[in-house]
Design a protein. Sequence first.
Length: 215
Amino acid sequence: MYYKGDNCKKTGIIGGTFNPVHTGHLILAENAYDSLGLSRVIFMPTGQSYLKDPTDILDGKLRLELINASISGNDHFLSSDYEIRKPGNTYTCETLAGLNSIYPDDELYFIIGEDSVYNIDIWKRPDLIFENCVLVVAPRGHEPDDKLLKKISILEEKYQARICLLNTPDIDISSSMIRNRVACGQSIKYYVADGAEKLIKKNGYYRLSDSVGRN
């Protein structure tokens, strides 16, 4: 069971493609910070994911730029280029092990959505994931249902995992929705932070994207 002691800093890690980062991500991270008593939350865009088609994904440095523009002014939100600097495929198990070496005095809280819980068994070395973090799960529909609770129970027993549920609003926004709206010339105001909206408009990101309908 992953536990570093009561005096450790609690650091939240929220990963993902962030193509682009949106208001739902920010609300999720802020709720985790507040509800779990975290010291900070680090936004970490994926590098080359082995689970997603890379053809419609904005370059990692540009996605990181959008994150930085979105979290500016929030002193407990940070960003990391840890994964986008790594060559080849990036794997959560390796990232979390690396972060534990970088932050040996921190207890890591890895924040994911409910959908990811059902797929985590097919990720590379799920045992190492649970060895290196507390898993924080944000349920769909605000409250966990029996299916989710059963899956969590299975993971806890199989991996001796520490898993906690996060009480957070279910924000029905996705990155694919935002890319679709940009491609169609529709407004994304309030779907993303003001800083990210300005960069997307200024640089023409997603304007001619072929990613309509993709997640």
